[in-house]
Design a binder for this molecule. Structure first.
Ligand SMILES: Cc1ncc(COP(=O)(O)O)c(C=O)c1O
Length: 391
């Protein structure tokens, strides 16, 4: 076992207040499971937002060991950090898609990143960067096929394609990919899915007729990789499923999908004490002990990413039983009612994990907080050291 910290975590020798154990064998197995679902497609491991809270670099490396040949992130800064550390094999392609005017285009071109372009302002900036860098940029044109977020509208596509081809002929860039993103892939049968796939087909056909020769065309996120073979095209781009979470409970549990959760979040109880009945617990006294009991103090709070919305509902395994966050979850700590059980201070409190030991899962916390599993794992804060196992 080795201990590594998230980028801005202070202490790598942190005592065991709390830890997020990251099982890289589980991540590799999930990548293999997903690759088996899309055997004809290349695999882009999405490690944005510090690998959905799991650590971008260790997860990217593990995914590459399991067959990923691309790594995807949102911001250029995330991509440059992965490239700069030189820790990924040089032939692993790194793509980033969330640009703003004045972004580090030149650094991206020099680092050989694949950059996404959704509009003419971005094309102009990337052309200028390529001129300055003296080498062509790798550009992937993004189509808005219906998500209504980033991407080029169909009405503007012909112009973006034509101007990109012009820049390609001038040697300023190479159009390496055509891509899009689905709005409702986690709702099988949603009419937007077929509509988006059909429009993507039309928009890529237009680009190819105009002369674009993309290395990859891609649109599939985790739910599409798992359930929509017709969306796999040349490359799939899963994020959440790689970390072992189901993209949506309606698609089945992680286990139903053959996935194993990668992160286990645990803490050591900071205090266990006897309290009389009628004792208010935590800010606002939203919980009052129903009778004489024991209270356990969990040294994790919303500053660590434990959602305050799960006050009174968040489940924790302590002493072999599920307990519930009693009263408000505070910034650094919350309390569980141990119901009179004599548990030692320092005993393990498992907030979530794969579930094998009877512990809750991130999905249980998502339900308790009225959110999605993505948010639960991604928000685990930098104060919680990531401890990597099965590297
Ligand atoms: C453009 C893009 N592609 C792929 C993904 C991966 O999605 P998921 O985590 O649902 O697999 C995301 C994540 O939101 C994304 O923004």
């Amino acid at each position: 076992m080795s201990e590594t910290t998230a980028p801005s975590t202070v202490a790598s020798t942190a005592p065991s207040r709390a830890r997020a154990e990251i099982d890289l064998a589980a991540l590799r197995a999930n990548v293999r499971t997903l690759r088996a679902k899309a055997p004809g497609a290349a695999f882009m491991a999405v490690v944005k937002a510090d690998g959905y809270g799991h650590g971008a670099l260790p997860c990217a490396r593990a995914a590459v060991e399991a067959g990923a040949t691309w790594v995807g992130v949102a911001t250029p800064e995330e991509a440059l950090a992965l490239r700069a550390r030189g820790a990924l094999p040089a032939d692993v392609r790194i793509m980033c898609w969330l640009w703003t005017p004045g972004g580090p285009w030149r650094e991206a071109v020099e680092a050989g990143l694949d950059v996404s372009v959704s509009g003419l302002w971005a094309l102009r900036e990337v052309e200028r960067a390529a001129r300055e860098a003296g080498r062509p940029a790798r550009v992937q044109l993004k189509a808005d096929t219906g998500l209504g977020r980033n991407g080029c509208q169909p009405a503007d596509w012909a112009e973006l394609v034509a101007r990109s081809l012009h820049a390609e002929r001038e040697g300023l860039l190479r159009i390496t990919g055509l891509w899009s993103h689905l709005a409702c892939a986690d709702e099988p049968g949603h009419p937007s899915v077929a509509a988006q796939l059909a429009l993507f087909d039309e928009m890529t056909a237009h680009a190819e007729q105009a002369g674009v020769r993309p290395e990859v065309r891609h649109i599939a996120n985790s739910p599409a990789t798992l359930t929509l073979p017709q969306s796999h095209l040349d490359l799939v781009r899963p994020g959440i499923a790689m970390y072992g979470l189901s993209p949506a409970p309606e698609l089945g549990s992680a286990a139903d999908l053959g996935l194993r959760p990668v992160m286990t979040l645990a803490a050591s109880l900071a205090l266990v004490k006897h309290a009389p009945g009628g004792h208010g617990v935590s800010y606002g006294h939203h919980y009052v002990t129903p009778g004489e009991t024991t209270l356990g103090l969990v040294p994790l709070g919303y500053a660590d990413g434990v959602p305050r919305h799960a006050s009174g509902t968040g489940p924790v395994l302590v002493g072999g039983k599920w307990r519930t966050a009693a009263g408000r979850i505070a910034m650094d700590q919350f309390v569980v009612d141990l119901g009179g059980d004599e548990v030692e201070p320092g005993a393990e409190a498992v907030l979530f994990g794969p579930g094998d030991r009877g512990e809750p899962t991130a999905q249980d916390w998502a339900q308790a907080a009225g959110t999605i599993g993505y948010e639960i794992v991604t928000r685990i804060g930098v104060r919680v050291p990531r401890v990597y196992v099965n590297e």
